[in-house]
Every structure is written in C-alpha cells, then in structure tokens.
Design a binder for this molecule. Structure first.
Ligand SMILES: Cc1cc2nc3c(=O)[nH]c(=O)nc-3n(C[C@H](O)[C@H](O)[C@H](O)COP(=O)(O)OP(=O)(O)OC[C@H]3O[C@@H](n4cnc5c(N)ncnc54)[C@H](O)[C@@H]3O)c2cc1C
Length: 488
C-alpha cells in the first residue's frame, strides 16, 4: 500500500463518510471529516435520557459480513469491538383482526406458519427463489461496482428469462402472484419501505430485500447500533483522521474543473486533493455554487416519524421487532404518496431492544422505538401535526391489543421528518434520497464519481448502490476503489 500525504476532505460524518474516511486512511491518505452536527453517525445516531439509551435511526442490520469486511480492511476483527447477535424471530407481525405470528429465519419454525396461512409453502419457496436469482445477478455487479462502469448487461439480461420473468414487473403484483393470504401479501409488501418506497410502485427486483433478510438474518449490536459509530470513530482517531464536529461545509471550491477544497461556515478554507460528499447527493450542485434547487417532492423516498419512549415496566408479550399492520395497506400508501400525509391508519413498527439487551434500559423497564412512515414534503412539524400523528399511531396500537402505556411513560422524544431535514440536510427528511419507483430509479442511482467536477465523489444512501446501512458501506468501498484507481 503506497503512503502519500495527499489530503481527502469528507463532507459529512454519517456512516458513509466515516467508512470512506477509514478506507482512505488505510490507503495512506491524510483525511479530514467535516460534520455539520455536534455528533458523528448522521442518521445512525442516539438519544439518552434517565438511564434509557435509544438508537434514533437504524434498528436492524443485515449482511453482517459487509461490516466485518470494513473492520478487516482496517486490519482489525469486528468481534473485538462489537458484540453482534442475530435476532430470532426477526419480527412479530400483528394484524388488525388479531392474527399474530413470529416471522423466523429458521425453516422448521417458519414453514408451519406459512403453510397455516397459505395452505402450501410453494409460493414462499418460489418467491425466495426469485429473490435468490436477483441477488446472484447483482452481488458482484450492481452491489460491488460503480454504475459508470459498463453494467453487466449479459447478467442483467438473464433476469428476463424464466423463472425470474416476474423480476421486471410491479413489486406488489408479483408478491400477490406468489402468495394468496392477505397476511403474507402485506408482510412481503412491507420490504420496499426498507428503501423508502411503495410496494405498489416499486419494481419486483426489490424481492432481493426479503431474500437477503431471510438468508442473512436481522442483526443487532449489543449496547445499541450506535456502538458501530463509536467503534469507527475510535479507529479513525487511532489512524490520525481529523474528526471535526460542528463544521458545516458551505461550499466546495474548484480550480480548473477540479474540486480543490471546501469552505467552512465561519470562513475557514481547507485545501483538498479529493472531496467526498456524504450529504444528500441532491445538495452537491448547490455546494458547487450552481443554484440550489431542492430535489422535487415527487422524487423523494419516504421520511418517518420516530417516537422514543422509555417505560417504567416490562412488556412481556413483545419481541425485539414488532409490526402492527394497518387495515388497508393500499390506502396507507395512497395517503403517503398521493395525498402526502401521515396515514390515518398507519402501520406501526415497534422496536424494543431492551427485550434482548437489558443494558439499554434501567432495570425492570423497557426502551421503545415506535415508527410510522411519513411523506418527505418539507412541511413544518409543529405540535399540532406531531400530536395528530402520535394519536393515529397509538390508536392503531390500541386497536391491535398493544399494552396501555398510560401512566408508565418516563421519557419521550420525537424524531420528525423536519428533524431529519434540519439536522442532516435530507430534502424533506427523505431517508433514502430518491425513491426506487420503477426499475430505472432502483438501478440507476446518482453516481459515486460526480459528473462535471473531477476529484469529487459521492458516498452514502442517496448515491449508488442505495440506502440502508450495508449498502452505504458498499458505497464507501466503491468510492475508495474509484479514488485509488483515478487519484492514486
Ligand atoms: C428512522 C430511520 C430508520 C432507519 N432504519 C434503518 C434500519 O433499520 N436498517 C438500515 O440498514 N438502515 C436504516 N436507516 C437508514 C440508514 O440510517 C441510512 O441509510 C444510513 O445511516 C445513511 O448513511 P449516510 O452516510 O448515507 O447518510 P447520513 O447518515 O445522512 O450522513 C450524512 C451526514 O452528512 C452531514 N452533512 C450534510 N451536509 C453537510 C454539510 N454541508 N456540511 C457538513 N456536514 C454535512 C449530515 O449532518 C450527516 O451527518 C434508517 C434511517 C432512519 C432515519
């Protein structure tokens, strides 16, 4: 590995920025990370109060080897820094009519559930086969290579042939073709929300998501997922990377069509040989001084409302992940994407990490993270809007038999779409940058090597290959490989 003293400035200390910084430091670059906020981690962040520890963003990771690969690249073993655990079951699903079951990645546990709902397990195996084929075609191409490289059309073309004929169709229609029960149609319909999209508008290629979760599992990090950010910051400091919090970048400087540094709020200038943009890719043109048009609302992925709630008793019936489905899923997404409002009857995700990790709550208490999808409109989230959304959330939970928390809440804190927008610069609080509606949008995300300015790269969930923590780490790997190739 060649050592050089060239300087890389990373604009943003989210997971994408931190992992790119670590990879470049290993490659011998001098690296500075400028984060506008007071803490690192971006959307992967935390909030603590009265002895309760909350993750405020991601609550589940998958593809654990992608995380291990990053630590191994830095010459250490992830197991020496983090204690990870696969969750069993992955989630407990609850329906408005009272049907409830655990969703497991163990075949002997899951198949009786599937057969009980469907009368057969054939649709399940065929749907997983579709996901497996898409995964096999993308794992060494789409997920590992920059999109500016010639895509492997031969491989992608194979998708057009049976038995993955349905790979190019509509996601929910495809799910409906494999499953007949309303319960599994809704359950598998949920996965496009992992990339902030509607099952009714996404391509069936997103069947890769339930496949990945089923075969690689849903993982948790003891002490909370924020431990990952802390571990990365420790590794960065040990390698001499300058981690600068409270350092918003106002402008990316250029000279002769090349990124030459950044201008921080307050007037300080940092010269750089390469600049890596970890903020939302749609903000890059504005930082280069070319008008600051917002990403159109129509293009944005979903945002979310998260309520962090500490309660002073145990909630025995709950699993680590629980999903309380709405009565009418199609109507829920119509209200989210057509009417652009929080659904009247939302599906509520309830994450209770203290069920499996008592270290995140005081003894005998629980740490709850309640989340509903919300549109990324950019409207202000005042007390009225928050109160109304909170009521619909708790109304769905009450109607589904969720324990009454009245009088048991010790602390409560809301993370709204406005918080995500104000704190991290996501247009309207869109969590995953542009949505994945239509296969072009799903496959052709903003490139990692910025077109029109040499020496400028984009990393993170709003860039290729997409959102979600493992994809962000793959994005960082692609960026580091491009920088090594083009700037070495
Ligand atoms: C509520 C919620 C739940 C989620 N659940 C999951 C989950 O269960 N599993 C999963 O895998 N993923 C989940 N995600 C998605 C995951 O958090 C993201 O995909 C990932 O963390 C994005 O990382 P990033 O580095 O791309 O962006 P970010 O985390 O947004 O980081 C970008 C950073 O850049 C900084 N920045 C922006 N502009 C500037 C500027 N001008 N100057 C300086 N700094 C700047 C921002 O402050 C921010 O810190 C969830 C996200 C949210 C919000």
């Amino acid at each position: 590995m060649s050592r050089n003293t060239r300087h890389a400035v990373v604009l943003g200390g989210g997971l994408g920025g931190l992992s790119t910084a670590l990879r470049l430091a290993v490659r011998g670059w001098r690296v500075t990370v400028c984060e506008q906020g007071a803490s690192f981690g971006g959307k992967m962040n935390r909030w603590s109060a009265a002895g309760f520890e909350f993750d405020t963003g991601p609550s589940l990771i998958t593809m654990p080897w992608v995380f291990e690969e990053l630590f191994a690249f830095a010459g250490v073993r992830m197991q020496d820094y983090l204690e990870t655990a696969a969750l069993a079951p992955v989630a407990r699903y609850v329906y408005p009519d009272g049907t409830a079951f655990p969703y497991s990645t163990s075949m002997p546990e899951l198949l009786p559930v599937i057969r009980g709902l469907e009368g057969s397990d054939r649709g399940f195996f065929e749907f997983m086969h579709l996901g497996a084929r898409i995964y096999a075609l993308s794992k060494d191409t789409f997920l590992r290579r920059p999109i500016s490289d010639p895509p492997d059309w031969k491989g992608l073309g194979a998708l057009r042939h049976a038995p993955v004929l349905r790979g190019w169709g509509n996601y929910q229609k495809t799910v409906n073709a494999y499953f007949r029960s309303a319960e599994l149609r809704q359950l598998y319909g949920r996965y496009p929300t992992y990339v902030g999209s509607s099952p009714y508008r996404s391509p069936a290629t997103l069947a890769i998501i339930p496949f990945i979760e089923f075969v690689f599992g849903a993982w948790y990090i003891r002490g909370g997922l924020y431990r990952l950010v802390e571990a990365l910051c420790g590794l960065l400091e040990a390698r001499g990377v300058a981690l600068r919090a409270d350092s918003p970048v106002e402008r990316i400087d250029t000279r002769g069509g090349r990124a030459s540094g950044v201008l921080l709020r307050g007037g300080e200038r940092l010269a750089a040989d390469v600049v890596i943009m970890n903020g939302d890719t749609s903000r890059t043109a504005g930082l280069l001084g070319a008008g600051a048009a917002e990403m159109p609302v129509d293009d944005r992925s979903l945002s979310g409302l998260v309520l962090l709630v500490g309660v002073k008793r145990r909630l025995e019936g709950l699993a680590h992940h629980n999903v309380y489905f709405s009565r009418d899923y199609a109507e829920e997404f119509r209200q989210l994407f057509d009417e652009r409002r929080v659904p009247e009857d939302p599906t509520v995700y309830v994450n209770v990490p203290s069920r499996t990790d008592p270290s995140v709550a005081p003894a005998g208490m629980e740490t709850l993270y309640l989340m509903v999808n919300a549109p990324a409109t950019g409207e202000a989230w005042d007390a009225g809007r928050l109160g109304a959304a909170r009521n619909s959330m708790f109304e769905r939970l009450r109607a589904s038999g969720f324990p009454d928390l009245q009088g048991d809440i010790v602390v409560e804190h809301a993370v709204t779409p406005q918080t995500l927008s104000d704190r991290f610069g996501m247009p309207g609080g869109a969590i995953y940058g542009p949505h994945s509606h239509g296969w072009r949008k799903a496959f052709f995300r903003p490139a990692n090597r910025y077109r029109g300015c040499a020496g400028l790269y984009c990393v993170g969930g709003s860039a290729h290959p997409g959102g979600g923590t493992p994809m962000v780490l793959l994005s960082a790997k692609i960026v580091e490989e491009q920088i090594t190739r083009h700037e070495g």
